[in-house]
Design a protein. Structure first.
Length: 223
């Protein structure tokens, strides 16, 4: 009896692995910077800065120095409202950045507080600069001669103490009666405020100087 012939089984071809789709990364979109009037939906943005009575005459004398950088460099319209005694700012169609309006408002506000124009201009030229204010009574309640002596300790003979704190902390300080204004970076303002508070509480200037030297040395190493 003949054996049945062996059946030939065709080997099925192995299933090919699916091809991985080639990944194409989209190019970074290049958007044109929006104008200030485009960001605000075409509406004009305003700022109004009141001017104290004691700064009105200096404002008139230095008006050209204030007007030129705001109008020509920052592209912001500015005018002096004589009746309301305030400075008014508004954006223009060619204002490159809506943030310019706030920078100019900070610049005018700093001048109104008593800072010199070169110091106040740093708010426009540089970022991360701030103005901080506080009153002597926020630190300690003083009246009469005690208040006068505290103001004298803050200023020092011929302004020596104030200038020493300014130079050490790289800040600018304005002492306007019982109110103190400081301009500078946040960390430096904190160091200057601590020194001024120590003087208000009655610490002698020599002790504040020694502490200030140690703190500013650490601050310089950090940066």
């Amino acid at each position: 009896m003949e054996k049945p012939a062996a059946m030939e089984v065709e080997a099925s071809p192995t299933t090919a692995a699916p091809k991985q789709p080639s990944v194409q990364f989209a190019q970074k979109p290049n958007f044109k910077p929006l104008k200030a009037h485009e960001i605000s939906g075409g509406e004009i943005q305003f700022r109004k800065i009141p001017i104290p009575a004691n700064r009105y005459s200096p404002l008139k004398k230095a008006w050209l120095e204030i007007y030129t950088p705001i109008y020509e460099e920052m592209k912001i319209d500015i005018r002096m409202n004589l009746k309301a005694r305030r400075v008014e700012l508004k954006t223009r169609p060619d204002t490159p950045d809506v943030g310019n309006l706030q920078k100019c408002a900070d610049f005018v506000q700093a001048f109104a507080l008593g800072f010199d124009i070169p110091d106040a201009l740093s708010l426009i030229r540089m970022d991360e600069l701030y103005v901080e204010s506080f009153e002597i009574k926020d630190v300690k309640t003083l009246k009469g001669e005690h208040l006068s002596r505290a103001i004298g300790r803050l200023s020092g003979k011929g302004g020596k103490t104030k200038f020493a704190i300014e130079n050490s902390t790289r800040t600018r300080i304005v002492i306007a009666n019982t109110r103190i204004h400081m301009l500078g970076p946040f960390a430096n303002i904190k160091v200057a405020r601590d020194s001024l508070c120590s003087l208000i509480m009655g610490s002698p200037a020599a002790k504040v100087y020694s502490k200030l030297r140690a703190v500013t040395a650490r601050l310089a190493e950090r940066f």
